[in-house]
Ligand binder design. Structure first.
Ligand SMILES: NC(=O)c1ccc[n+]([C@@H]2O[C@H](COP(=O)([O-])OP(=O)(O)OC[C@H]3O[C@@H](n4cnc5c(N)ncnc54)[C@H](O)[C@@H]3O)[C@@H](O)[C@H]2O)c1
Length: 438
């Protein structure tokens, strides 16, 4: 393919050089004259292991060149790949001016160019930018229709500086979003050649997974560093602790706990977080992320509550009461808290939890439940069907598989809010279903 790579920075230069290595014909478009000159002399404009050789080989083979003439490059190309920077300002607002300018120039070039073209955006952007900003500019400037006269795709770039060439050549995964099936087929052909797992999704999901991945990496670094500070204040070897933590591939380093759902609770997580952060405070050690975990958890309860309130119904059926399915542990259950708050707001609440029997609760667990809601036994019903009768809103609080098909048992007018995700399979075709954040 003939590819116009717009933006000769870290991403553009690596992407273009690796695409040229596969045999594509690459024209870099860059506003910085020094970079254009360097590239055309066979030199890499950025320092990145393996890149100088790739660029030199590509130039020698006549498959790589650079220009400042975007119109000419885009007109001659089958694919335009946008790799311009999207820096943030002091307040965190992202500057999309370069992207807007490039989109307008590409649109202009498409206007005077016959035939279909694929425009791929790989710069990191806020959700909705491709469909809400780039496509309208392309359509306005070209007078053509996206999905008909040209196609648009978004593919986030996951390469790491320092290992950018191997990361690009052997991607761990490739995520693709596209405006239409023709665009998806074309971008799949372009990136699929590098191997690795390819995931096709919506354009906004492809945009957002890049932000999610970087936030996750930043959070991991910060978590490890906060544990390092905590351990050092306790005189414990942090490397030994974190090496041990990494050995559990089931819960610690895994997909566990990484799906959005309801707040955490139970007898251990909140308590042990408090222990850790209290001890750190005693030692004068600042752990801002860990200090705010319980605050974020409380915000999740507020979020659920606000959603329920928005439905406007009076009677609420709550499915599940313990913090987790299959236990009767009500200590710090965020569902118990939700029920307590709903009662406080004057709602009529009926609860089902097959594992919870108030007469059988003992010790601290019993005390906690009765302190929160003294008449909790009156709210509990033995059957799901009992709590559904007369309910305006049904809330699934925990992942009991028995709640998976509850949407089929609703009567017209009832709304279902799933906090756990156990019934997420009911999403399609059931407008009465709503997930907490999905
Ligand atoms: N650097 C990374 O490791 C990395 C990794 C993944 C994703 N990203 C994302 O990729 C995008 C590019 O990142 P980068 O680090 O390569 O940026 P960069 O700043 O190094 O390069 C961007 C290039 O685009 C050029 N440019 C700006 N306006 C132009 C125009 N109108 N026409 C032609 N060229 C123009 C700039 O002169 C610059 O050379 C960003 O959105 C970034 O967030 C970066």
């Amino acid at each position: 393919m003939r590819i116009a790579v717009i933006g000769l920075g870290y991403v553009g230069s690596v992407a273009g050089a690796c695409l040229a290595e596969l045999g594509h014909d690459v024209t870099f478009v860059e506003v910085n004259a020094v970079k254009v000159e360097q590239l055309n002399a066979g030199f890499s404009p950025v320092v990145e292991a393996g890149l100088p050789e790739l660029i030199r080989n590509g130039c020698d083979a006549g498959r790589i060149r650079a220009t400042d003439d975007l119109g000419e490059a885009v007109t001659a190309a089958d694919v335009s790949l946008i790799c311009v920077g999207t820096p943030t300002g002091p307040t965190g607002d992202v500057h999309l001016q370069d992207l807007e300018k490039v989109a307008a120039q590409i649109g202009h070039a498409l206007a005077g160019r016959p035939g279909w073209q694929l425009v791929v955006l790989t710069s990191t952007v806020p959700p909705g930018t491709t469909e809400g900003l780039v496509v309208p500019i392309l359509e306005r400037e070209s007078g053509k229709v996206c999905g008909v006269d040209f196609g648009v795709a978004f593919s986030p770039e996951f390469l790491r500086e320092g290992a950018a060439v191997p990361d690009f050549r052997q991607p761990e995964m490739t995520v693709l979003g596209a405006s239409d099936p023709t665009a998806m087929a074309a971008v799949r052909e372009l990136y699929g050649a590098f191997g690795g797992r390819v995931f096709e999704t919506s354009i906004p999901a492809a945009e957002t997974v890049k932000l999610a991945a970087n936030a996750w990496h930043a959070l991991k670094v910060t978590f490890a560093n906060e544990m390092g500070r905590f351990c050092s204040s306790e005189g414990v070897d942090s490397r030994a602790v974190m090496t041990l933590l990494q050995q559990d591939r089931k819960l610690n380093v895994s997909a566990a706990y990484l799906n959005p759902g309801y707040a955490f609770g139970g007898s251990c997580l909140p308590k042990d977080l408090r222990t850790l952060t209290y001890r750190a405070r005693v030692h004068g050690v600042e752990l801002p992320v860990l200090e705010n975990v319980l605050r974020s958890n409380r915000a999740q309860v507020e979020f659920a509550l606000a959603k329920i309130e928005r439905y406007g119904g009076h009677r609420v059926a709550v499915l599940g009461l313990a913090f987790k399915h299959g236990t009767d542990d009500l200590r710090e259950s965020p569902i118990l808290e939700l029920v307590e708050r709903l009662l406080g707001k004057g709602h009529e609440v009926a609860v089902h939890d097959e594992s919870v029997s108030v007469p059988r609760l003992v010790g601290a667990n019993r005390e906690h439940a009765l302190r929160a809601i003294p008449h909790i036994a009156c709210l509990l019903q033995p059957e799901v069907s009992d709590v559904l009768i007369g309910a305006d809103v049904v809330v699934i609080g925990q992942g009991n598989p028995a709640y998976r098909d509850v949407v089929d048992r609703l009567v017209p007018g009832q709304r279902l809010l799933d906090l756990s995700g156990v019934a997420a399979g009911s999403r399609d075709g059931h407008p009465e279903y709503e997930g907490l954040s999905w």
